[in-house]
Design a protein around this ligand. Structure first.
Ligand code: HEM
Length: 417
């Protein structure tokens, strides 16, 4: 049937529907009854003038849309559902300078350049520094006895990883972290951060990164040989395409958004999953399966959805989609699709294969930071297993981030044991 029994006025872009249960039981209903579903929405909600959007819930369909940029554009509209609500027209235009919102061939050019900073070798070069950093963060938390896992540990490592990747000097990091946190702080009234502060933080970060790029271009020798100098790789490499200073500035903004809150919530959800599935924690302590990080990302699915816009009339899962209509890719649903995952609602760190879509559906925009993110997850749980294996829940259920886009935990009280 094309009429699933969704409650009247149900809206997948409404942060409040995600407060109680993620993944939503409504996803199961849609996968079974209307896997490509038109969700009506009053005009003007979420910053869009159209009357609704498609909700794509099956694993196979999310992959199909992700891998066909000629049919499903990232550029015709911002990529992120409910982000536009917080932006003016000018800001939406600025969004298009970020590769996440580009289509081929512009996207292909930028992606080829930035990929040089994310080769397996580049990521391996970060490992020692990040392993030390993870141990230091966990040791400090342990010495405090108990606290909020999110602020003590989960927030820290991803910020440090990006700072390490770009080579941000120690003395600048507090400032950079402050801007980064303010930029991702929309949607949750508790952050009490205004749009103006968010925008201003983004502007400061762009300008900082541009200055960095210029300095690197002027005196490349000064940075030669530093562990993972992505800046030199991207802006000052000889004989290949490079990013100009503006492009580099926007790339750093993207890193601060894409690599920050995502990895933070994978780590927080991973910890919460371990603490509520003690047999999995026992297994991890004994064997540290190499499959762990992928299952944590599937389980957490930190990015609930991204969206595309149909570039031409097309068809998906038997539905006719018209040019200009928005198409929401619900990774959170795809990652629990029983067509692909046996016992999807079981947290199993030995799950293998694990073709989850937490890092995207495999097209040109597939997460650039996947190997860095999985490295961070492995390092942080290694450090916890080594240093605080007796960690336990303290206090009430975790407090969730209020967002329809990020599956986030705001606070998770623990005893470090
Ligand atoms: C893109 C998820 C960590 C950098 C994406 C996409 C998703 C995603 C869903 C969009 C894929 C698509 O549209 O097909 C995640 C998750 C992470 C994570 C769940 C952590 C567990 C990181 C990190 C970095 C990063 C650590 C970098 C430091 C990027 C970039 C893009 C991206 C640059 C845009 C790629 C493009 O447009 O070509 N990520 N990400 N991500 N991610 Fe990640």
């Amino acid at each position: 049937s094309s009429c699933p029994a969704l409650p009247d006025g149900f809206d997948f872009t409404d942060p409040d529907v995600y407060q109680e249960r993620v993944p939503l039981p409504e996803f199961t209903l849609l996968r079974e009854t209307a896997p490509v579903w038109w969700n009506r929405q009053p005009r003007g909600v979420a910053g869009f003038d159209d009357e609704g959007y498609w909700v794509v819930t099956r694993h196979a369909d999310v992959k199909e849309v992700s891998t066909r940029p000629e049919l499903y554009s990232s550029n015709l509209n911002t990529a992120v559902i409910r982000f536009a609500e917080h932006m003016s027209r000018d800001q939406i235009d600025v969004q298009k300078l970020i590769m996440l919102n580009m289509d081929p061939p512009e996207h292909t050019r930028v992606r080829q350049i930035v990929q040089r900073g994310f080769t397996p070798r580049a990521i391996r070069e970060l490992e020692t520094a990040l392993r030390d950093r993870a141990a230091r963060i966990v040791r400090e938390a342990r010495d405090s006895g108990s606290g909020d896992f999110v602020t003590d540990i989960a927030v820290e490592l991803p910020l440090q990883a990006i700072a390490e990747l770009i080579g941000i000097p120690q003395q600048d990091r507090a400032r950079i972290f402050d801007w980064s946190n303010k930029m991702v702080a929309y949607d949750d009234p508790e952050y009490a951060i205004t749009e103006e502060v968010g925008t201003q933080s983004a502007a400061e970060l762009v300008s900082y990164a541009m200055t960095m790029a210029e300095a690197r271009k002027e005196c490349p020798a000064q940075y030669a040989g530093s562990a993972a100098d992505i800046v030199s790789r991207l802006v000052a490499a000889e004989g290949e395409g490079n990013l100009n200073a503006d492009e580099f500035g926007f790339f750093v903004i993207l890193l601060a958004v894409a690599g920050n809150e995502t990895t933070r919530n994978a780590i927080s959800h991973g910890m919460h999953a371990f603490l509520t599935h003690p047999e999995q924690w026992e297994l991890y302590l004994r064997e540290r399966p190499a499959t762990t990080a992928e299952e944590i990302v599937r389980w957490a699915t930190p990015v609930v959805s991204f969206q595309r816009t149909a570039a031409q009339d097309t068809e998906l899962g038997g539905q006719k989609i018209s040019a200009g209509e928005r198409v929401g890719l619900f990774y959170s649903s795809a990652n629990n699709d029983p067509e692909v995952f046996e016992n999807p609602h079981v947290f199993d760190i030995t799950r293998d294969p694990n073709p989850h879509l937490g890092f995207g559906g495999g097209g040109p925009h597939f997460c650039l930071g996947k190997s860095l993110a999985t490295l961070e997850i492995n390092l942080v749980f290694d450090a916890i297993a080594d240093l605080t294996p007796g960690i336990s829940l303290a206090g009430p259920a975790p407090r969730r981030l209020r967002s329809a886009w990020i599956n986030g935990i705001k606070e998770l009280r623990v005893d470090y044991g």
